[in-house]
Design a protein around this ligand. Structure first.
Ligand code: PMP
Length: 411
């Protein structure tokens, strides 16, 4: 179906009620969207009655799949007690405790409503702590849609961002230690933060090397820069997040997605010496609030989600990821494609290509969809705990079939 907004609902003046017919850019797959109506476990049904294996999981959020009974129960209990209040709720302490138990080396948490806000606040804290303004990120990454974060994606991604902000951001190629050192040493007192995603999806789902991360940690320490690790997606990969797998403790860590159990959430965790600038009792504190920050429903659902994500469960999910990558690789490599990823995340690419054009992404998305597999619009597949080895085998077959269809159609 062509990407036309002809059939969407319109307002009094005749315009689609949503710009272009879309509620988020990430829904755009190059053709008229399909709508989700129900999910259960690893399955999702669309408005055409089609059943899909859900490997999108709301962009990696639903690590326990759709409508996990224990998470539904926890969220329902919280809603029954009144959704949100204007004085603190005890759920924040529960989730903070669970999260920090996984992140040894970090002391405190502030909850937000999204990963975007968590990263935005991390940058603000780093700027306050250091008294500097510059931010270093790796090129092509995604850290949400704050002005600073959008600069990571380059010119097109930073449209609408003031030039003065763009100038504050230095981009270095992923895993290029010399560039990182050069950027820092050129202006040794300029940078407040290095913001790193250890498995940046937008930049091609290529892992940060242990050497690069170690160099970032050392350079940050040498130059009084805060190391911020953005684990909004990658937290699911290790019992202590992906940074835990590398054995590196950041100064600040951002999380989101899965830690809300399917409800809006973000979190900024950090060492007390930095997080203290958020203490509202202090005259010098920097602002951070949010009408829905730490809301009881997200806290209750997120607490249940994290409880269910035990180290054994993480290990099982990661084994399923290995299985999926193995099966998909065996089938797509002869077609000139490859599979990348880590833990329970995987994505296919034409061999050796870092960034795939959007058209190819869309073609693969629909090829998978037509075979009953829901990927993210950028083709990321995220496994969930209700999946069995059989389901993952099926998922891998459908993904490989989709690649075969796209490879065949592409000269
Ligand atoms: N950081 C990373 C690494 C992300 O992948 C995302 C979202 N995909 C964000 C930050 C922003 O999170 P949110 O969409 O919840 O604002």
């Amino acid at each position: 179906v062509p990407d036309s907004d002809q059939h969407v609902r319109r307002g009094r003046r005749g315009f689609p009620l949503l710009p272009g017919g879309y509620g988020r850019d990430a829904y755009h797959t190059g053709a008229a969207p399909v709508y989700a109506v129900r999910g259960e476990g690893h399955r999702l049904w669309d408005d055409r009655g089609r059943e899909l294996i859900d490997a999108n999981n709301n962009f990696t959020t639903l690590v326990h799949g759709n409508a996990h009974p224990q998470i539904v129960e926890a969220a329902t209990r919280a809603m029954d007690s009144g959704a949100c209040w204007g004085i603190p709720n005890l759920g924040e302490w529960e989730l903070a405790d669970l999260l920090l138990q996984r992140l040894p080396g970090l002391d405190q948490v502030r909850f937000t409503n999204s990963g975007t806000e968590a990263v935005m606040s991390a940058v603000r804290v780093a700027r306050e702590v250091t008294g500097r303004t510059g931010v270093i990120m790796t090129r092509g990454g995604y850290h949400g849609s704050s002005d600073v974060a959008l600069c990571a994606g380059g010119e097109q991604s930073a449209r609408g961002v003031p030039e003065s902000t763009v100038r504050e951001v230095s981009l270095v190629p992923l895993n290029d230690i010399d560039s990182l050192r050069q950027v820092i040493e050129e202006k040794p007192h300029h940078h407040a933060a290095i913001v790193l995603d250890l498995l940046p999806n937008r930049a091609g789902l290529i892992s940060v090397t242990a050497d690069f991360l170690r160099a970032a940690r050392e350079l940050a320490d040498q130059h009084g820069i805060l190391l911020v690790i953005d684990e909004v997606i990658s937290l699911r990969i290790g019992a202590g997040g992906l940074s835990g797998e590398y054995g590196i403790v950041p100064d600040l860590l951002t999380a989101g997605k899965l830690i809300g159990g399917g409800f809006p959430v973000g979190a900024l965790a950090g060492r007390e010496e930095f997080m203290r600038v958020l203490d509202p009792r202090s005259k010098g504190s920097i602002p951070h609030s949010g009408t829905f920050s730490g809301n009881p429903v997200s806290m209750a659902a997120g607490t249940e989600a994290l409880r269910l994500l035990s180290p054994d469960t993480v290990a099982r999910l990661n084994r399923l990821g290995d299985q999926a990558r193995r099966v998909v690789a065996a089938r797509v490599e002869p077609l000139g494609w490859e599979v990348r990823g880590a833990g329970s995340l995987l994505r296919v690419f034409p061999a050796g290509v870092t960034g795939v054009d959007r058209e190819t992404q869309h073609r693969l998305w629909w090829a998978a969809y037509d075979r009953g597999l829901l990927l993210s619009s950028a083709n990321l597949a995220a496994l969930s705990t209700p999946m069995t080895t059989e389901v993952v085998g099926d998922l891998a077959d459908r993904l490989a079939d989709a690649v075969a269809a796209v490879a065949e159609a592409t000269p």
